[in-house]
Design a binder for this molecule. Structure first.
Ligand code: ACO
Length: 322
């Protein structure tokens, strides 16, 4: 059976930087509170007319360039996002056309912050079963378009961005395993409770706005991520001491350090971007991965553990021999 290997990564962040000092001017918050409770110093915010697929297109072009792959070679595109430009066509179809990919399969996955990890898992399976030789996997979100800038519980956290990887079939892994989970029973703790089915009426539900019971989400996230890293290592008969890098979802520095501590890793072995990126949802893990690879931190042969947790709840992981 074939395995899949990451042969190129790319990412994109909007130009506009919003610092904690900027948020102090519009919200009852402080730089100190945001830094101490989340680890965030600044985040990137897309312009009103800059869509998620605008960001994703650039991230994907960079990933294909890094991989040395012609768009016509791509056999599948899977996109993790919760903020598509339009209801349909899917972001994957829009990007397939914009990137001049062939008439390959194209699909979106909605798993909130775990969207990229879910997309990676699906693409990996298509490569393993032999149906696809090269796949483009993208995670993007423009969560600021769903933010209530008067809600200090969410406005300080979320941000915009995109990341992408190109996978290729190989005899040696590559991706050793992926794991996906969900628990829909917690849907009341984090979500955007409007949509095509229930309607978008402002007076009814307050508009297209993220609502989160942050403290309760925090507790489930720490517990759940602790469990999935164990599951991932056990599945591969590996020990936490085998790991070179943890590349976690960038939601909160305190959640990241709790996972690192459980794995016995020093913070030097953890890729952290939350201080500069905030929580970019489905873009968070591929952005961190791309930054770590391009900076030379992550080297070929290193063992990487990727994980994410998000609305749904959803959570996912991947163990990768880079
Ligand atoms: N500035 C100042 N004070 C604030 C702010 C703020 N921005 N936000 C909340 N507070 C206050 C609260 O009102 C509360 O005040 P009180 O004690 O007087 O009632 C106090 O700070 C503590 O509030 P908590 O919510 O208990 O703070 P906590 O330490 O839990 O931090 C946070 C909040 C940062 C949201 C944290 O809970 C968190 O990171 N949660 C997880 C988020 C996450 O991982 N989401 C999943 C992925 S996102 C996705 O899928 C889209």
């Amino acid at each position: 059976m074939k395995k899949s290997k990451i042969i190129g990564t790319g990412s994109f962040l909007p130009e506009k930087i919003v610092t904690n000092a900027d948020l102090e001017k519009i919200l009852d918050t402080s730089d100190q509170w945001i830094r101490e409770r989340t680890g965030i110093r600044e985040r990137r915010v897309a312009h009103d007319d800059e869509t998620g697929s605008d960001m994703a297109e650039i991230a994907a072009q960079r990933a294909m360039k890094a991989a040395g792959v012609d768009p016509q070679e791509i056999g599948l595109i899977v996109v993790g996002t919760t903020t598509p430009d339009v209801v349909f066509p899917s972001s994957a179809c829009l990007l397939q056309a914009r990137l001049s990919l062939p008439d390959c399969g194209a699909m979106d996955v909605n798993a909130a912050c775990s969207g990229f990890m879910y997309a990676l898992s699906i693409a990996d399976k298509y490569i393993r079963c032999g149906d696809v030789k090269k796949a483009l996997v993208i995670g993007f979100d423009k969560l600021t378009s769903m933010l209530d800038w008067n809600d200090r519980g969410t406005a300080v956290l979320f941000a915009d961005g995109a990341g992408a990887v190109v996978l290729e079939a190989a005899d040696e892994p590559g991706i050793l395993s992926t794991h996906i989970h969900a628990a829909g029973r917690h849907s009341d703790l984090l979500g955007v409770d409007v949509g095509v089915g229930v309607g978008f009426k402002e007076e009814k539900r307050g508009g297209v706005r993220i609502k989160m019971k942050g403290n309760e989400v925090f507790k489930v996230a720490v517990r759940t991520l602790g469990r999935i890293v164990d599951e991932t290592l056990e599945h591969n008969n590996m020990d936490k001491s085998d790991l070179d890098w943890l590349i976690p979802h960038q939601a909160n520095y305190r959640i990241i350090t709790a996972t690192a501590k459980k794995l016995g890793l020093t913070m030097d072995q953890v890729v952290v971007t939350v201080d500069r990126h905030g929580n970019t949802s489905a873009a968070s893990v591929p952005l961190a991965l791309d930054e770590a690879i391009r900076s030379g931190k992550v080297k070929r042969g290193d063992l990487l553990l990727l994980e994410a947790f998000g609305g749904g709840f959803t959570w996912a992981s991947a163990l990768i021999r880079y």
